[in-house]
Write a protein that binds this ligand. Structure first.
Ligand SMILES: NC(=O)c1ccc[n+]([C@@H]2O[C@H](COP(=O)([O-])OP(=O)(O)OC[C@H]3O[C@@H](n4cnc5c(N)ncnc54)[C@H](OP(=O)(O)O)[C@@H]3O)[C@@H](O)[C@H]2O)c1
Length: 231
């Protein structure tokens, strides 16, 4: 990680879980990004207020000491208006520069089986886990495009511009991971679709030298799967 240097990164769903972990790890890098955009769904909810307070009192001061900026603002990945507002705010911070790295991390899961899955739960996970990254990437594309040409090295590189879609091994058709213990059918389908979205993005965004990848973060003990509506 010694050589890993990017100017800016935006992480969706970064008020807790893996998203928050990513933000904290970026801050610890030998050369942290100058701009970290940590976004969360609802800063005004009671939980959002508690998290914002914690972020403002603990995380932001630590980060400011590094001479960089961390900003936290609201972005619901299922709400196009909220995504647009976030993009406008990010653009103001970037002052003409591009966004180097977009991490589509926000996600939900319902504990379901094939028998208990409903149209409602399936549509909800698809809306967040698949449509969310598609809409967020579409909206931030102009900023990602602006980041890549700044670097003169040949070919695509995550140092230029990249979209990372946080997927899951549950979305793999080959692995069908942990099927014996949890089916979570809607979640699996949403992540399989996300993997295909990543493939499509990589084909379409190739000329702009934007790297597009799906990654499985590994099993992490978080609040994922606590959504109501499934089993
Ligand atoms: N944990 C694992 O073992 C594991 C394994 C494989 C893949 N993943 C993937 O990793 C990602 C992060 O999961 P996690 O384990 O960190 O889950 P988590 O602790 O439940 O955190 C999920 C995050 O996504 C946010 N979010 C949910 N819906 C949103 C929306 N509509 N708009 C904006 N933010 C939204 C949540 O915000 P709120 O706080 O407002 O709810 C929260 O910040 C997910 O994409 C998940 O599928 C996790």
């Amino acid at each position: 990680m010694e050589d890993f240097r990017i100017e800016s990164v935006l992480v969706t769903g970064s008020d807790r879980g893996i998203g928050l972990g990513l933000v904290l790890e970026f801050m610890k890098l030998p050369h942290p990004p100058q701009l970290i955009f940590a976004t969360c769904r609802n800063l005004e909810s009671p939980e959002g207020k508690v998290r914002r307070k914690q972020t403002e009192t603990e995380i932001v001061p630590a980060f400011t000491k590094l001479g960089a900026i961390l900003t936290l603002f609201s972005k619901n990945v299922t709400d196009p208006q909220s995504i647009k507002a976030a993009a406008e705010e990010v653009q103001r911070y970037l002052t003409g520069r591009g966004l180097a790295l977009l991490i589509n991390n926000a996600g939900i899961a319902y504990k379901t089986t094939l028998a208990s899955e409903t149209a409602q739960t399936m549509a909800a996970v698809y809306t967040t886990n698949t449509l969310g990254p598609m809409r967020v990437s579409q909206t931030f594309l102009p900023l990602l495009k602006r980041a890549a040409p700044k670097f003169t090295c040949l070919g695509k590189s995550c140092f230029k511009a990249a979209i990372v879609n946080v997927s899951s091994s549950f979305g793999s058709l080959a692995a069908v991971d942990e099927w014996k213990w949890c089916q979570d059918v809607g979640y699996r389908c949403s992540k399989a679709a996300l993997n295909m979205l990543t493939k499509c993005q990589s084909l379409v965004y190739y000329p702009f030298e934007i790297v597009c990848v799906s990654l499985h973060p590994g099993g992490v003990q978080t609040g994922l799967g606590a959504e109501k509506g499934g089993n």
